[in-house]
Every structure is written in structure tokens, then in C-alpha cells.
Design a protein around this ligand. Structure first.
Ligand code: 5GP
Length: 193
């Protein structure tokens, strides 16, 4: 997605060869017009699928997932990283190791909002080692639903997440695919579209 790649080039910061900071438009400040375009791009790429619901992970997945849900006219739900007093009953849970925070979070989702037999589109902000996306697929499948596709805003293609998801048979669509991070330069995998 050209607009996203331009934004990453202009406002993204390679903190190291492994970590990209995009808190100017995705992880802290959020660019709503870009999110709207992201929602349209995901809706287009997954238009052939009959999606019942979108599932994402708080907090940075919420903005792109919500805009995609609006475009596809389906509900969306975000998995929680922390237990809430009001969210205790009938949960499905999975452990996710966070690449950026270097800690394990138990993520959870209420069975009230993902029903058996539903076809789910999983959306997340980043794909690195695939832990977060795999945790989300585990939640969806524990609830008896099916993962129809996985939509990623920024994929770091030099890390193994994509291969892991493909090896398990999931369809993955990433709007920006980064092949290399260097100080002052960010390279992308394929020609923009
Ligand atoms: P994974 O679980 O695939 O290893 O990593 C995905 C999760 O880690 C994302 O949900 C995202 O929050 C975070 N993450 C991984 N790599 C990066 C990165 O380079 N930059 C930022 N901002 N977040 C990242």
C-alpha cells in the first residue's frame, strides 16, 4: 500500500535492525485518515471472504481493525492483555510472548463475542515472530470459530512470523512488507500497489 509505505519512510524510525518505531501514526499518535485507507485496503484484499467478525489485540490493533470493520460492515472485538474485573466469565485464553516488551502476556477474549462457526478475520499492527497473531488464532479456534484470514499493517519480512503463519495454512495479507531496517533507511519487499 503506497500511502502506508510513504508514511513509514517519512515518519518511521528504525530503532535498530529489528525494531521500527511508528508511534507518530500507529502506536501512540494515530492518523485517522491513514487508518481509513488501511480499512479500505484490508476490505478490498479480503473481499472474497465471507467474514462474520474481526478480532484484534489491544491496543495498537484497535484503530486498523475498527476501520476495517466499518468498511466490511461487521463487528469487531479486541483481545485483552490484562484481566479486567468485568471480564471474567467464559474466557478463552492464550499466552503471547511480546517481542518488543520481552514479556509474556496472557491474552483473553470472551466467548460471548466470538461464536462457534463464525469466520474471523484477524488484524494486527505488526508481524514479527508471529507470536501475537498465533495467540489470536488460538483464541479464535478455542472459541470454536475459524480463522479465514490474517491482515497485518506492517510485516517485518526478515523475521519468521509470515512463514510460521503460512506453514499453518493461514492466508496472510500485509499492507507493508519490510525487507530490511537500517539506520536512516527502510527497504520494502515488493513493488508498491
Ligand atoms: P510478534 O508477536 O509477531 O513477534 O510481534 C508482533 C507484536 O509485537 C505486534 O503486536 C507489535 O505490537 C509488536 N512489534 C513487533 N515488532 C515491532 C516493531 O518493530 N515495532 C513496533 N512498534 N511493534 C512491534
Amino acid at each position: 500500500m503506497k500511502r502506508l509505505e510513504d508514511k513509514i519512510r517519512e515518519e518511521g524510525q528504525a530503532l535498530s535492525e529489528h525494531v521500527l518505531k511508528v508511534d507518530a501514526f500507529l502506536n501512540h499518535q494515530v492518523d485517522p485518515v491513514l487508518m481509513q485507507d488501511i480499512g479500505k485496503a484490508f476490505a478490498e484484499r479480503f473481499a472474497d471472504l465471507d467474514i462474520d467478525r474481526i478480532v484484534t489485540l489491544e491496543s495498537s490493533g484497535i484503530a486498523p481493525a475498527m476501520m476495517t470493520a466499518l468498511e466490511m460492515n461487521v463487528p469487531f472485538v479486541f483481545a485483552r492483555k490484562r484481566k479486567s474485573l468485568t471480564l471474567q466469565d467464559d474466557l478463552v485464553e492464550a499466552d503471547v510472548y511480546s517481542f518488543t516488551k520481552q514479556e509474556t502476556n496472557r491474552i483473553s477474549l470472551s466467548r460471548r463475542f466470538v461464536k462457534p462457526g463464525e469466520r474471523i478475520l484477524v488484524i494486527d499492527d505488526f508481524l514479527a515472530n508471529g507470536e501475537a497473531a498465533l495467540g489470536l488464532t488460538e483464541l479464535v479456534e478455542s472459541a470454536g470459530a475459524t480463522v479465514a484470514g490474517i491482515g497485518i499493517v506492517i510485516e517485518k519480512s526478515f523475521q519468521p512470523g509470515r512463514e510460521k503463519l503460512l506453514a499453518r495454512g493461514y492466508r496472510v495479507e500485509s499492507l507493508a512488507r519490510i525487507s530490511k531496517l537500517e539506520a536512516g533507511h527502510i527497504s520494502f519487499v515488493e513493488a508498491v500497489r
